[in-house]
Ligand binder design. Sequence first.
Ligand code: SER
Length: 583
Amino acid sequence: MNLKTEFIKYFVLKGHVEIPSAPLIPENDPTVLFNTAGMQPLIPYLLGEPHPKGKRLVDAQKCVRLTDLDSIGDKTHHTFFEMLGNWSLGDYFKKESIEYSFEFLTKVLNIPIERLAVTVFAGDKDIPRDEVSFNIWLNLGIPKERIAYLGVDDNFWIAGDSGPCGGDTEIFYFRSDDEIPKTFDPTDERWVEIWNNVFMEFYKDEDGKISVLSQKNVDTGMGLERVVAVLEKVDDNYKSSIWKEIIKAIESISGKTYDGNEEAMRIIADHIRTSVFISADPAGIKPSNTDQGYILRRLIRRAIRHAKKLGINTNEDWMRSIALEVIKKYENDYKEIKENKEVVLEVLKKENEKFSHTLEKGLKEFDKMLANIDGGLIDKDSAFRLYDTYGFPIELTLELALEHDLKVDVEGFQEKFRQHQELSRTASKGKFKGGLMGHSEIETKYHTATHLLNAALKVVVGLDVHQKGSNINEERMRFDFSCDHKLTEEEKKAVEDLVNKWIKEDLPVSMKTMSKEEAVKEGAEAMFMEKYADMVNVYEIKDISKEVCGGPHVTHTNVLGHFKIIKEEASSAGVRRIKAILE
Ligand code: SER
């Protein structure tokens, strides 16, 4: 039985449309590094925007959660995982949602009802307790001793601090050969959570204020690897069929068995799988010292250290055979894995080459430091030397320190790190100082060109064109917009001409800070107004465009040069993508 296939099949039968997983790295949300839940790419639709595929959706979404990074090495945690989910976007609510889950678990997966228990939301001062869900479970045959009311900390779900949210009901499975206790105790670890059904009917803003959404949604999430382990009756996720071949490849390259080397092998397996997915993502992430690139670097370097612990010769391209198993496992489900296979293998190989020999030297340096340690603390200069000279991510130094019962002056390290960054930033040409830090001159130009392109598309294609996302780097700009057809050559030419005309007219670009309400009143465009803080910056290009935007922008359009579209293609259903350059 393949859980993923069965899950999708079941919900399709119940009128849901299967949608592909969104990329691991959010395309249009710079506030998060990775998708951490199936609902994340669906936020606009949970807030009321109609989804092109309808109101009932099902998928397996690729996720990465970093909160548990330190726990990797135990039986149950993973950084990357697939989350199975079904959604109602303003369609069915609690009754159908709970009935579907119950039927799927007991009829499709054949889980005996005695092994199931649930929690429901106990309510708080604003929201009443969820007796509706309680009674639905009771009617389905879950005895009341197996239904526990829990409060906000356990049974109210939100991604981060603000956004769509609501009370939830969580389903637990008794994973043990012990006799099943009559009364469900959610703190008893033999009960493992297998599914979470969130009833998203509220919106929480940045100030923590809760309002009612225009539609009632259902968002469910089932962690694939955990439930596969449950179904296969293994008490260690890494012993399930998902990991079998990957662990075998690690056993083979290390010449050691999983038994007795679990921690290092789990870390290697988990980190290489996540690194494969991050580097295969269309965002084109490479190991670096910032954002997703830094996470990728950290994961690969930590895997290298644990490989060394296992006695693997890290001077060779040892990750290849393991990565190939990961690729084999996922390439049919995720086309980017197949298409970017060579890129992935190259990323791993290069990062290994870069780090494996400095790791050895760094470990020697660390041993020397141990001899001179003062007060059980690795001081900031030592931590910074390990980072700067030997490429140790600070987290690696922390892990090493912990193994020797030592502490690290992390704050001091960070201070040194910032000073060092300032120095190298001032040294690198073409970078602005102050507020525009991190944006080169050309990127700033692309920001302004994006607003011109958005405005030109409205003139040429129609007023129902809306921005769906954008991404800028030193080489080009990328712009996603709603549009139901491939642009014709004439349309593309007209858009280019119009943008170039506006550039030549040397229009002034101005910025005003105002409240969100004022911005809306002034007719400023914004992709997700709900997501912004109360005060926003509105950039206006005289008579042409008015948009809420974080900037930075040029002050006059004639510095932009010549605008040229290099590609126009489909991005997703009803969304087109333009790549353009300034010459
Ligand atoms: N958003 C919920 C979760 O991540 C259910 O999908 O658990």
